[in-house]
Design a protein around this ligand. Structure first.
Ligand code: ACM
Ligand code: ZN
Length: 625
């Protein structure tokens, strides 16, 4: 049984300054809590508020985090004061509250203070993140002497255990400072799994003593900074390989510890058997043609990626075991991601060693050869109590069912994996790839040539309704991914992540029936203000009217609704017959959209968003039929 003690750490919250006060009227919490009810009355956070932690030692990491964070919000802790009333009280339950589970919390704003209780430190941490979002948007910038908070009760716990965010540090080498900033964003929105994409064709990013050429060669490439990814000239090989770098093991430990303080688990990805040009540039003998020294750490588009580790070579398996043995002690997570996506197997078809391996194993094609390789890695990791995660291609050759599948190609691949009995993390590119454009390319900085608007990202549901509940249980959560081909700075990464990451976070935390697009859009006003006050860079989102229409009714009319992404937008529109639409001299009056309407099938709708009284982007045209 847990040792029970009550640490009464009474800390006066000194809200010093010049008498600034805030009256909060409503809360804009993201992700939306599972249950929240506003009540009469409220509580004033003032200079006499004390802070108290029950069942937590003062040097506990979560206590330290909360105190440090309050200090940054100018709520200066002071080790004195009375903790019983007029108090911020954080309590770990003596008796487990089954409604809260491992990550849930109960937060009450009452006349005598703010009480957060949870079964676990993670729960308290999330309760604290909610509390931060209840404070004024500019609390990080200004000192308040009084914050009037309306009374409420929030009972909150996540829908999914896996709430991930991925960062590709191979295509762009993000600094440790950037990675920590990424972790801060994740923590603010209750994401709890950081998938660190550490190796790929464009650079190996983790120190290795056993295979030093991975760092001396594999971590560096010719510099193409400033050139859009799809326009780069190939690396000629004799150029200076000056772009890149790798994280030292101490830096990795530092990130893992920083994440743990935020209740985030770090999952490293070491890509095999494809996406490994940087490995073959360093150690050509690990490829099928061992004497092929033409592999390079790639720049720009590298497609199709022909580099693949030789599945017939025992020294490749030894290499993988050695590398994993080096990496395992750095990451406490139960999981190691081994990639497995987009492995072009042409070399395996031609390679005598791979062919001999296939004959020996009685395999008639190369897909099960990949599964064989992955299963050997999974067995090796199992000896260290680790489980593999692989991209959804690993199911093609029938990889071990002990693997967790990360579905990226589409939702259907995730459903297929779930039906086959794999545990699944849903990360389909159609909803979760935040490196895709967030709006029309004409109004955005260069990005991967596909589009996911905020509205579309918000419509993500990791468990499709058509999936039988028996298989739905295999879906443990979801994840948004940020591939860095088109990203050259962390500011740009933030521009792509925010605000879409908030949409993913709500899809992964909140119950289906607590989600509401208009409410989410309205909440973003204060969420974005808060993030801007903290210096984050926020994407413009799409300013194209969202036009939805249904098939024509019996009279040939279609029901049309118009929506938008940015709160406060007005949409002006007009409906034209075919003839009017083709007459360039015809300039119809634009109407302000107020409610859904019907138009004859075959009409042309023209619509444009206006924001703060100004037209934005352009007049878009839609054919309604
Ligand atoms: C992937 O996007 N190839 C996982
Ligand atoms: Zn081979």
């Amino acid at each position: 049984m847990r040792r029970l003690y009550s640490l009464l750490c009474a800390i006066v919250v000194l809200l010093c300054g010049c008498g600034r006060r805030a009256d909060i009227h409503d809360y804009s919490i993201v992700p939306e809590p599972s249950f929240m009810v506003m009540k009469d009355g409220g509580y004033a956070l003032t200079g006499s508020t004390s802070i108290c932690f029950t069942n937590l030692e003062q040097n506990n990491p979560t206590v330290k985090y909360v105190l440090g964070s309050l200090r940054q919000l100018h709520l200066r802790p002071n080790m004195s004061g009375n903790a019983t009333t007029d108090c911020m009280l954080f309590t770990i339950n003596d008796t487990l509250n089954s409604e809260l589970g491992d990550e849930g919390y109960l937060l009450e704003v009452r006349s005598d203070g703010i009480h957060i209780t949870a079964n676990t430190e993670a729960g308290l941490f999330y309760g604290y993140q909610t509390l931060v979002q209840m404070l004024p948007d500019d609390v990080s910038q200004r000192r308040y002497t009084r914050i009037n908070l309306p009374a409420c009760t929030i009972l909150d716990s996540p829908r999914f255990a896996w709430r991930g965010s991925h960062l590709d540090v191979s295509r762009h080498f993000f600094s440790i400072k950037d990675v920590k900033r990424h972790l801060d964003i994740m923590a603010a929105f209750k994401l709890n799994r950081f998938h660190w994409h550490l190796t790929d064709d464009h650079g190996w990013r983790i120190a290795s003593e056993r295979y030093p050429r991975l760092n001396d060669v594999g971590s560096w490439r010719a510099d193409r900074t400033g050139v859009p990814w799809d326009q780069t000239q190939p690396n000629t090989g004799d150029e200076r390989q000056s772009y890149g770098g790798y994280y030292t093991k101490d830096e990795i430990r530092e990130v893992v510890a920083y994440a743990a303080e935020r209740h985030i688990e770090v999952i490293p990805e070491i890509e095999i058997p494809g996406h490994c040009a940087e490995i073959l540039a360093s150690y050509p003998e690990l490829g099928c043609q061992g004497d092929d020294t033409s592999y390079q750490v790639q720049v720009g588009n590298y497609w199709p990626p022909r580099a693949i580790l030789c599945a017939g070579s025992d020294s490749v398996m030894q290499f993988l075991f050695d590398i994993l043995d080096e990496i395992i002690p750095l990451f406490p997570s139960q999981y190691i991601h081994i990639g497995g996506d987009e492995a072009l197997k042409d070399n395996w078809q031609r390679c005598p060693r791979c062919q001999a391996r296939m004959r020996q194993l009685g395999l008639s094609n190369v897909e099960p050869l990949q599964a064989w390789m992955i299963d050997r890695v999974a067995e090796h990791l199992a000896q260290h109590d680790k489980t593999i995660i692989g991209w959804d291609e690993i199911i093609d050759g029938g990889a071990t069912l002990s693997a967790t599948v990360m579905a990226w190609q589409n939702i259907s691949r995730g459903m297929e994996a779930a039906r086959r009995g794999y545990r699944v993390i849903m990360s389909p590119c159609e909803y979760c790839y935040l490196n895709f454009y967030q709006g029309e390319a004409d109004y955005q900085p260069p990005a991967f040539p596909a589009q996911i608007t905020l509205h579309h990202a918000y419509s993500f549901d990791p468990v499709p309704l058509e999936l039988n509940s028996r298989w739905a249980e295999n879906i443990i959560g979801g994840q948004c991914n940020l591939w860095a081909e088109y990203i050259e700075t962390y500011d740009q990464a933030e521009y792509m992540l925010l605000p879409r990451l908030l949409a993913t976070a709500e899809c992964l935390w909140s119950p289906r029936d607590a989600k509401s697009w208009p409410h989410f859009r309205a909440k973003l006003v204060s969420q974005e203000a808060r993030l801007r006050n903290l210096g984050y860079h926020i994407g413009s989102t799409s300013q194209k009217p969202i036009v939805v229409y249904h098939q024509a009714d019996a009279n040939g009319n279609c029901h049309v609704t118009i929506d938008w992404e940015r709160e406060g937008t007005e949409v002006y529109y007009t409906v034209l017959s075919n003839q009017q639409a083709s007459d360039t001299a015809y300039h119809p009056e634009m109407l302000r959209y107020t409610k859904p309407f019907s138009v004859p099938s075959g009409s042309t709708l023209k619509a444009q968003c206006h924001y703060m009284g100004e037209p934005v982007e352009r007049l878009y045209e839609y054919h309604i039929e």
